[in-house]
Design a protein. Structure first.
Length: 327
C-alpha cells in the first residue's frame, strides 16, 4: 500500500493545521500545505488532458512541484481566496485573473480523485446555509428554536411582540464587516434584540437578518463530529456575564468546560446531519436546557476545536488524523 499523502489547504498561522500535521508526521504520513491565496501570484497549476481524461495534475510552488495525483486526502482548512499578480495594476484585469484562478482551483479541488475533508468545497458552501441547516435538523428529529429570516420591519415587530421581546439575532453568514472607516472591523455575534434595534427596524430593507426565540441554557454544547466519532463538550457560558448570551464572547477563565455524554439518539442525529450535508466533519452547536432538552442551533462545516481539546482532553486531532490518513 502506498504511503498516505495529505494536502492541507490553509494559510499561514493555522495552529489547528499545525497540530494535526505534527501528529501525522509522527505516524509517518506525508503532508503538503498550499494556500489558494498564492495562486496565481506565487504558484501555478498545470492540468493536462487527452482523449482518455486527465493525464497530468501538477502544482508548481516556490518550494517545488507537487504531483497532485499522489495526494490521498485533501483537507480544506483556511485557504485564502486567489490573489492577483502584483505586476497587474489595472483593477479590472486583476479582478478577471482572480476569477479565472478561482474557477480553476474550485474545479480542481472538487474533482481531485481522493478523500475530501470536511467535504468537497461545494458541500461546505451548501452546508453553511443556516435556514437549510434548521430544516434538515428538524427533519432528523432535533428540536430547533422558532426562527424568522426577514428583511421586513413589520415581520420583526410581529415576531418580537409575539415572544415578548425574548428574541436574539445572529449573523446569517460572515460574522464580521471589514474595510470600514479608519480600517475598523466590526464583529457581530448572537445578541438580544434591543429597544434600539426595534426602533430602527426599517433598516432591515438594506439587509436581511435571522431572528430566533431565546433558548434558556443549563449549558451550551459543542459537538464535533469526525467521521462517525462524536466528541461533545459542555461550555458553561452561564458562569460568565460576558459569555452568557454567546460563548464566543470568550471568557475562558470563568467558563467551565467539560466532557459531555450525549444520549445515543442525539449523537446519532449529529452524525446523520453531518453525513446528509455531504460532510465527514462538522462542529455542531446545541443548547442543553435546564429541563434537559437538546436544542439545535447550527453546524459549522469547518469549525475550530483546539480550545475544546486543550480544555477537555477530547482527542479530536487524533480522530482527524485517523480520517485523513485512513484508507
Amino acid at each position: 500500500m502506498s504511503r498516505p499523502h495529505v494536502l492541507i489547504l490553509t494559510c499561514d498561522g493555522d495552529t489547528h493545521a499545525d497540530r494535526v500535521r505534527e501528529l501525522l508526521a509522527r505516524r509517518g504520513v506525508r503532508t503538503s500545505v498550499f494556500d489558494n491565496g498564492d495562486h496565481p501570484a506565487r504558484a501555478q497549476i498545470e492540468l493536462a488532458y487527452d482523449g482518455g481524461g486527465a493525464t497530468r495534475r501538477l502544482l508548481h510552488t516556490p518550494s517545488g512541484t507537487l504531483d497532485l495525483d499522489s495526494v490521498t486526502a485533501v483537507w480544506w482548512r483556511r485557504p485564502r481566496p486567489p490573489s492577483p499578480h502584483p505586476a497587474i495594476t489595472d483593477p479590472a484585469v486583476a479582478g478577471h485573473t482572480v476569477r479565472e484562478s478561482a474557477a480553476v482551483l474550485a474545479g480542481l479541488w472538487e474533482f481531485l480523485p481522493c478523500r475530501a475533508v470536511p467535504g468537497r468545497e461545494s458541500a461546505i458552501t451548501r452546508a453553511r446555509h443556516k435556514p437549510s441547516q434548521l430544516t434538515l435538523a428538524a427533519r432528523l428529529g432535533f428540536e430547533i428554536p422558532e426562527t424568522l429570516v426577514t428583511g421586513s420591519a413589520q415581520a420583526l415587530w410581529d415576531f418580537h411582540n409575539r415572544h415578548d421581546g425574548n428574541v436574539i439575532t445572529k449573523p446569517l453568514g460572515q460574522p464580521w464587516v471589514e474595510g470600514l472607516a479608519a480600517g475598523h472591523t466590526v464583529v457581530r455575534k448572537c445578541e438580544f434584540v434591543s429597544g434600539r434595534d426595534v426602533a430602527y427596524a426599517a433598516g432591515l430593507r438594506f439587509c436581511p437578518v435571522i431572528m430566533q426565540t431565546y433558548v434558556p441554557k443549563r449549558a451550551e454544547l459543542r459537538v464535533t463530529v469526525v467521521g462517525r466519532a462524536v466528541f461533545a463538550a459542555e461550555i458553561h457560558s452561564q458562569d460568565s456575564n460576558r459569555a452568557g448570551t454567546d460563548w464566543r464572547n470568550y471568557d475562558l477563565g470563568a467558563t467551565r468546560h467539560a466532557v459531555h455524554r450525549l444520549p445515543g439518539e442525539v449523537a446519532d442525529r449529529c452524525v446523520a446531519l453531518t453525513e446528509r450535508l455531504g460532510l465527514v466533519y462538522g462542529a455542531i452547536d446545541l443548547i442543553l436546557t435546564p429541563d434537559g432538552r437538546y436544542v439545535f442551533l447550527e453546524i459549522n462545516p469547518n469549525g475550530q476545536w483546539l480550545w475544546i481539546e486543550d480544555l477537555t482532553g477530547l482527542p479530536i486531532s487524533q480522530a482527524l488524523c485517523d480520517l485523513l490518513a485512513g484508507p
